[in-house]
Design a protein around this ligand. Structure first.
Ligand SMILES: [Zn+2]
Length: 134
């Protein structure tokens, strides 16, 4: 009896075709863009915070319009600003950078990579001063 050693007949590996590079795009620029995540040290991020925000058990209140919820939090470096619908905003030293990262994890908040995007998406430019949208 002859034992025939033979390699298993495998289907040919699918050729991993590289996605077509769009005409005109510069691979170097693309790489530069990808190596600069929005969470870098110089990045500014924003987070919508619809519910009340308690710091050490004390709910944050806007000193201008007495709003107690529906905040926009802006993080730059280690500083976090609280922004109100009435366009009043102030530096909130209680929230450190670590605190902001923790706040990003809240289920009903939405993070934006830049303040401009956040302001635009949420209408925090003062147009909705004194109103709750929900
Ligand atoms: Zn306010």
């Amino acid at each position: 009896m002859t034992l025939v050693l033979r390699t298993t007949d495998r289907p040919a590996e699918p050729t991993s075709a590289l996605p077509a590079v769009p005409a005109g795009s510069d691979p170097l620029l693309q790489l530069q863009f990808e190596t600069q995540p929005p969470s870098g040290p110089g990045a500014t991020r924003c987070l919508s915070h619809p519910p009340e925000l308690s710091l050490r058990g004390i709910p944050v209140t806007c000193s201008a319009c007495r709003a107690r919820r529906d905040w926009l939090l802006i993080n730059h470096g280690r500083n976090v600003w609280v922004c109100c619908r009435c366009s009043n905003q102030w530096l909130e030293p209680e929230i450190s950078r670590v605190g902001f990262d923790a706040l990003i994890a809240i289920p009903d908040g939405t993070a934006y990579p830049s303040v401009e995007q956040g302001l635009l998406a949420l209408g925090f430019d003062g147009a909705f001063a004194g109103t709750y949208l929900d």
